[in-house]
Design a protein around this ligand. Sequence first.
Ligand code: ZN
Length: 281
Amino acid sequence: MTVPPKDADARRAIAPVIVYPNDSLAAPDLALYTAALATAERVHRVMAPPRDACTFHVPAGSFFRITSVEGPQVGDLNLWNAQDLNERFFSGKTRALHGTHLTKGERMWSSLPYLRPMATIVEDSLDWYGVDAFGGSVHDVIGTRCDPYTGKLLQGTQYHHCCHSNLTRALARHLGVSVQAAEPHVHDVLNVFMCTGFTRDTGQYFMKASPVRPGDHLTFFAEIDLLGALSACPGGDCSSEHSSDVAVCYPLQVDVLTPAEGSLGAWQSPEPNGYDRSHGV
Ligand SMILES: [Zn+2]
């Protein structure tokens, strides 16, 4: 190993600065959203079966709610602009803006060059969890999604019910296209209900049994017209392993809720990002 410089401790002792201070982000009007949600009625319900996925459409200005039913289960969520699948959830920038885990008042941002809020979290029944003694928290944007390619790489397996494949099949069904055509649209997820963190000593990604119980839910406001896909992860509550049929799995329920006419006041769906896209040319 390289000999540390004489001022190594002093260099390590420098305090960090936040890369993207989020006090410059316009805060969502949660009071308005909460009042609108109180008037909302369910217009659609769909289930993500265990080790499988479902799709759902949420018009801009409506809500969707993911609920744990039957038993502890984590879900992998993809979101697209319903009119243009090129605009999709940007896990990395959402992490940079809000941190490793999302909760009430935080947003799912879309990919470049759009970079606008796609959905705002308005209810999180697990917001009491906070950060545990291991550095774990709930609803992460650090994991990618379990996928058969990593399984093949590490275990030599051919497993077909990872979230990546579940989302691919569900999107292919929805679009009426082949899985080969659908697969490139599947992207890094919001890990709904999943409890994760990084080990302090080795910096490795860890998971532990989710604190989610039946009835727990996460509710989102759709800022733009959304196509969503949710996979009930083969890891179940992710207490032991994923990418196999070993874990006990349960379904996840998705409800779409539409608020009463006029309940959103002057709210308007956000425009795509205003950068002029000339890139210095
Ligand atoms: Zn998964």
